[in-house]
Design a protein around this ligand. Structure first.
Ligand code: IPM
Ligand code: MN
Length: 361
């Protein structure tokens, strides 16, 4: 029987509440599908920072490396200035653990209200592969003449061929395995590059050349498309059914996945995985810590639960992952009144219980 060592970082705000429900579902899946999970909790987040001044110490990164997977609730505290916890914990984990893929499915589940006119689950069913370690996120840049009227601020979008190639490789492989043709939902597996080759003529030129070279040489059966990022946003709203797998840089990926999340019912349901295909990955609901709902038992735990589904898939527990997804679909389709905090018709733990029971069945 496989045993997985899981690190749990409940984090801030409603993070602990949703992490509890995610763990409930994970435990239920383990019992039903004959594997074991051992859970180790870490208290990184705003409270610990306020107490000790520590975000994610280097020693903790080394400790996290020893796990099979990491589950993250949410990071962000109203008393801590923006950027400190985000950079100190979330981005540090992504960079230090080299989680170079941020995988964000955009999937509308049955029964979930969609803000797009006349679009349903058949239309909104694609995945964004966001590069997760380069771009504007490297912190390359700085100020000169700070504080003077001529102050200059520069922040560079950084990519090299290595970062681009490893991300594209993941995206092509993903499209081959999970694209619409592979899932019996279309005639092609399609990978779309989202860039801005008309303005960012260096970095997206690099991306585009690498994309076509790799496609021609190694993945001739995968259909290739290209969209500028602004047009991508337009089509994500107007014709989301065009998309299958989208690959893009870190900054564009950040932005378009919030748009994607709202088309799939919002932050209550959107999950993501920070993936190091050769190392330890970290799964999280992509919404924030929602401080105003903290402790009220009203936050939707489904995003966190969906992130465990992604975790199970990455661990190779595909049957369990499928069962979690089917159970979530049943709950959205047949049980919940809405996805928003306080609008579900059930409490946070009741929703977790429902999914956990269905998974155990
Ligand atoms: C996300 C978040 C983070 C990001 C923030 C909190 C640093 O918006 O996971 O999308 O920009 O990557
Ligand atoms: Mn974001």
């Amino acid at each position: 029987m496989s045993t997985y060592k899981i690190a749990v970082i409940p984090g801030d705000g409603t993070g602990p509440e949703v992490a509890t429900e995610a763990v409930k579902v994970l435990t239920s899946a383990a019992a039903r599908f004959d594997f074991k999970v051992t859970l180790t909790e870490f208290d990184f987040g705003g409270e610990r920072y306020k107490r000790t001044g520590e975000t994610l110490p280097d020693s903790a990164v080394e400790e996290l490396r020893q796990f099979d997977s990491i589950l993250l609730g949410a990071i962000g505290h109203p008393d801590v200035a923006p950027g400190i916890l985000e950079k100190g914990i979330l981005l540090k984990a992504r960079f230090k653990l080299d989680q170079y893929i941020n995988l964000r499915p955009v999937k509308l589940y049955p029964g979930v209200d969609c803000p797009l006119k006349d679009k349903g689950p058949e239309d909104i069913d694609y995945v964004v592969v966001r590069e997760n370690t380069g771009d504007l996120y490297t912190g390359t840049g700085g100020f000169t003449m700070k504080g003077s009227p001529h102050e200059v601020a520069v922040q560079s979008a950084v990519y090299n061929r290595f970062l681009v190639d490893r991300c594209l490789k993941y995206a092509f492989e993903y499209a081959g395995k999970y694209g619409k043709k592979a899932r019996g939902k279309g005639k092609d597996n399609t990978l779309a590059l989202c860039g801005k080759t008309n303005v960012l003529t260096y970095i997206y030129d690099l991306w585009e050349r690498a994309f076509h070279e790799m496609g021609d040489e190694e993945y001739p059966d995968i259909k290739r498309e290209y969209y500028h990022v602004d047009a991508t946003c337009m089509w994500m709203v107007k014709n989301p059914e065009w998309f299958d797998v989208i690959v893009t840089g870190n900054m564009f990926g950040d932005i378009i996945t919030d748009l994607g999340a709202i088309t799939q019912g919002g932050m209550g349901i959107a999950a993501g995985g920070n993936i190091n295909p050769q190392g330890v990955s970290m799964f999280e609901p992509i919404g924030g810590s929602a401080p105003k709902y903290t402790g009220k038992g009203v936050i939707n735990p489904l995003a966190a639960i969906c992130s465990t589904q992604m975790m199970l898939e990455t661990l190779g527990e595909n049957e369990a992952a499928q069962k979690v997804e089917d159970s979530v679909k049943f709950v959205t389709g047949k049980k919940l009144k809405g996805m928003g905090a306080g609008k579900m018709g059930y409490s946070t733990s009741q929703v977790g219980d429902m999914v956990a029971e269905l998974v155990a069945d």
